[in-house]
Structure formats: structure tokens, C-alpha cells
Design a protein around this ligand. Structure first.
Ligand SMILES: C[S@@+](CC[C@H](N)C(=O)[O-])C[C@H]1O[C@@H](n2cnc3c(N)ncnc32)[C@H](O)[C@@H]1O
Length: 270
């Protein structure tokens, strides 16, 4: 199983390096995503240097764009970053060394089968990894595995594609037409996510929805603006991105957010 999926995601990682050179303008959107994640993590947990932290994929770190690991715990030597793609792990290690960050615990493995001891991790950050599986049963296997490796009292910060958003029918069509740049899997609405986490034993302490921009259109608009007028419109684009963050404060956030997010704690005996 690992072999076939590793091969597939290695190919995605190689392709992505080519897109990044072709479309450097994605930087602006990636930077906004990075700041959103850093803000969410800071709001939900206090990250310290002696915590054992696990991140469930290294896709953003590998590109050096939208990466969170190098900023939230730059001096922590206990950060385990995993990815099923060996290529992505290697690229993330190169980026980590550029940022002066220890990457000795970055591993190529499957989040559904972690080579980690029971109850050994204080904080898990899973940013849209579990929405790349073909079945919901895979999501449950991965959540159970995260629960197993987390210590009692440990926190999971999880995001997934938001199945409940208004744009979902269009997105499903885009996937069905084969236009997605990589495999997009099953995902949940916020209600389903909460119930899956609770069924495994997690306490869901908070939830939200993040990134409220129609990314498909925005990527194309930003590309066009850059072509027309280099970076003259960057301040305006940044302003628009920042203003969209206010949607998170509205009651309609689960209709507009691209990702649902949950803070879940493993309670029980310590
Ligand atoms: C398309 S990326 C998206 C996730 C990314 N965190 C983001 O910022 O949107 C999916 C990542 O998950 C990794 N991945 C896919 N299946 C995995 C698995 N079973 N275990 C660990 N990583 C996996 C892929 O190699 C890839 O780096």
C-alpha cells in the first residue's frame, strides 16, 4: 500500500515544484494561508519547546510556502513531520535547513500507520491531510491512529476540506471533470467531523471554519493581475484577503469556509 501511494504523491511533489516555478504569484495566497494557520494554532494552544509535536503532512513545508512548522516551533527539537511522499520529506528537510530548523525527525510514513509509541505526542497538527483518502473508513483509521499516539491531555488541531460549504457542488464537478491538481478524497461537514472525533473518544473543545476566499477564481485573478501589472495590485489583494477573514466571525462561517477546523483533546487517565 505504502509503495503505490508514495509513488503517486512523489509524482505530485515533483509536479508541484514545476508549478511553483511557473506560477510564483501563488506566494501571496500561500502567505495568507500560512498566517491563517499560525493564527489558529496560537489561538488554540500554547506551543512550547519541550512539547512533542507531530504534523501529519509536509506539503506546505516542502515548498517553503504556507509552511507553519518552521514558525510555530523553530527551536523545538521534538518536532516530527511526516508525509507519505519521500520526495516531499526530502524537500521539507531542505527548506528546514534554510530556515535553520531541526528536521532530523521528519519521516516518510503513512498517517494511518505511525511508527510512534502510544501516548507519546503532546500536539498534533493535521492540516488537510485526512481529506486525501478514497474512503471515510480511511479517515477513521487515521483519527484512531492519531488518538493512539497522543498522550492524555494532548491536543489535536485538525483541518479538512469543508463538505458543507456553498461552493461544494461546483468543487465536486471540478473534481469529477479531472481538473484537480491531485487526488482529493472524502471529507466531512462540521457536524460529521465532530461526531467522528467524539466517536473515537476525543473531546471537541472548539471548531471553526477558515479561508473564506473562492480560491479557484482568486488564483486566476491574481495570476492575471500579475501579468497585467507586475505586483502593483499586491496591496489591494492583501487587503481583500484580510477582509475575507471577517467571515470567520459570522454565523454563516460553515457555509463560506474552505476548511473546517477542530480543536480536540484526548481526555482520560494520565
Ligand atoms: C495535497 S497535500 C495537501 C495538504 C496540505 N497540508 C495543505 O496545505 O493543503 C496532501 C499531502 O498529504 C500527503 N499524504 C497523502 N496521503 C498521506 C498519508 N496516508 N499519510 C501521510 N501523508 C499523506 C501527500 O504526500 C501530500 O503531501
Amino acid at each position: 500500500m505504502l509503495g503505490k501511494e508514495t509513488k503517486y504523491w512523489n509524482e505530485v511533489a515533483r509536479r508541484r515544484q514545476r508549478w511553483l516555478t511557473r506560477y510564483p504569484t501563488y506566494e501571496l495566497l500561500a502567505e495568507h494561508k500560512r498566517k491563517t494557520y499560525i493564527g489558529l494554532i496560537a489561538r488554540w494552544v500554547e506551543v512550547t519547546n519541550n512539547q512533542k509535536i507531530l504534523k501529519t503532512d509536509l506539503f506546505p513545508e516542502a515548498s517553503g510556502l504556507a509552511q507553519v512548522l518552521f514558525d510555530i516551533a523553530p527551536d523545538n527539537g521534538n518536532v516530527i513531520g511526516i508525509d507519505i511522499s519521500a520526495e516531499t520529506v526530502e524537500q521539507a528537510k531542505i527548506q528546514a535547513s534554510r530556515h535553520g530548523v531541526d528536521s532530523s525527525k521528519y519521516l516518510c510514513c503513512d498517517v494511518r500507520q505511525l511508527p510512534l509509541q502510544d501516548s507519546s505526542i503532546d500536539l498534533v497538527i493535521s492540516d488537510s491531510t485526512l481529506d486525501h483518502f478514497p474512503t471515510e473508513a480511511d479517515i477513521i483509521v487515521a483519527l484512531k491512529e492519531l488518538y493512539r499516539v497522543m498522550r492524555f491531555g494532548g491536543t489535536l488541531i485538525l483541518t479538512m476540506d469543508n463538505k458543507g460549504k456553498l461552493g461544494e457542488p461546483l468543487r465536486s464537478l471540478w473534481i469529477r471533470l479531472g481538473l484537480a491538481p491531485f487526488f482529493i478524497g472524502k471529507t466531512y461537514s462540521i457536524k460529521e467531523l465532530k461526531s467522528a472525533l467524539q466517536s473515537i473518544g476525543f473531546d471537541v473543545e472548539d471548531t471553526t471554519a477558515i479561508i473564506h476566499q473562492p480560491m479557484f477564481f482568486l488564483k486566476r485573478i491574481v495570476r492575471l493581475l500579475h501579468r497585467l501589472s507586475a505586483r502593483r495590485f499586491d496591496p489591494l489583494i492583501k487587503k481583500i484577503l484580510a477582509s475575507q477573514d471577517n467571515f470567520e466571525k459570522r454565523r454563516t462561517k460553515y457555509l463560506t469556509g474552505l476548511y473546517i477546523a477542530a480543536k480536540a483533546v484526548k481526555r482520560g487517565a494520565s
